[in-house]
Design a protein around this ligand. Structure first.
Ligand SMILES: Nc1ncnc2c1ncn2[C@@H]1O[C@H](COP(=O)(O)OP(=O)(O)OP(=O)(O)O)[C@@H](O)[C@H]1O
Ligand SMILES: [Mg+2]
Length: 259
């Protein structure tokens, strides 16, 4: 299983805005890392760079011994699965078809275009649906499911990809507390049972504390904390959540409520 190495990475967008300012981190294989930080800190940008959806302006990202760049994107995508806040399912397709799209990264373009799936793919889809307890919904239209169920389809799709790494960008931000808990438990189980490296962007401090074995705190494009959950003191939380020029910051109050 590969380590993710983020080396001196910065990202400046075409409008001149610098969203990441010299990020360094090694994310060990099989670890469960939560990236925490206020809105605009650069959390999504960081995940998008790891998955090759964006390219760094300077520095580099490696997964194992492979540098993420335009030339090996297909291979990277077959090893790195993404889970999104808005689930990103194809609403009109069945649950099982959505899960099968997770196999596309492993198939030839022609198979992909015509959605040709082999028996092996269908077996994988069935197995992952049973892992997320959605076997009975396999033939339901994706948009007929609850939010929590849709996110479980998102997880099943990621698992169908048989990835080495799962990147989840605010996977529970659209869910109620009980579904959020279920999703976090599932992600932890996947790390524990499959040894898949999991990186989750969150803004819920309390979930980060309970589920992460490492927390990376970001503010304004920089890493301002990197350590174990038990080392995330109230003063660390203030550093992560402080926003210049904003007094009575509600996101800071929310973070400190759990400190
Ligand atoms: N394509 C882009 N062009 C210009 N600026 C961008 C682009 N994408 C993101 N940004 C800016 O970069 C900063 C970081 O964005 P990012 O989405 O990574 O933050 P985030 O930590 O994920 O925030 P949130 O918690 O709101 O999701 C923000 O100020 C955002 O406006
Ligand atoms: Mg984001």
């Amino acid at each position: 299983m590969p380590t993710i190495s983020i080396r001196s990475v910065s990202k400046r967008f075409s409008n001149g805005f610098e969203a990441l300012k010299g990020i360094d981190a090694e994310i060990r294989s099989g670890s469960f890392t939560v990236v925490l930080g206020p809105s605009g800190a650069g959390k999504s940008t960081l995940l998008r760079l790891v998955n090759g959806l964006e390219t760094p302006t300077t520095g580099e990202i490696c997964i194992g011994d492979e540098t993420v760049n335009g030339r090996n994107l297909r291979h990277i995508r077959s090893r790195v699965a993404m889970i999104f806040q808005q689930f990103n399912l194809v609403d009109r397709l069945s649950v099982v078809t959505n899960v099968l799209t997770g196999r596309l990264a492993h198939r030839s373009w022609i198979g992909s275009v015509f959605y040709l799936f082999r028996k092996e793919d269908i077996d994988i889809a069935q197995e992952v649906l049973s892992r997320v307890a959605l076997t009975d919904k396999a033939w339901s239209r994706a948009d007929k499911l609850s939010g929590g169920q849709q996110q479980r389809v998102g997880i099943a799709r990621a698992l169908a990809q048989q990835p080495k790494v799962i990147l989840a960008d605010e996977p529970v931000a659209s869910l109620d507390p009980i579904s959020s808990e279920e999703i976090m438990i599932l992600l932890r189980e996947i790390r524990d049972q499959d040894g898949i490296t999991v990186v989750v962007n969150l803004h819920q401090v309390e979930l980060a504390r309970r589920f992460a074995d490492r927390i990376i705190g970001m503010n304004s494009g920089k890493i301002v904390f990197d350590g174990k959950p038990e080392h995330m003191t109230p003063s660390v939380l203030r550093t992560i959540y402080q926003r210049e020029g904003i007094e009575d910051d509600p996101s800071l109050d929310m973070a400190l409520a759990y400190a």
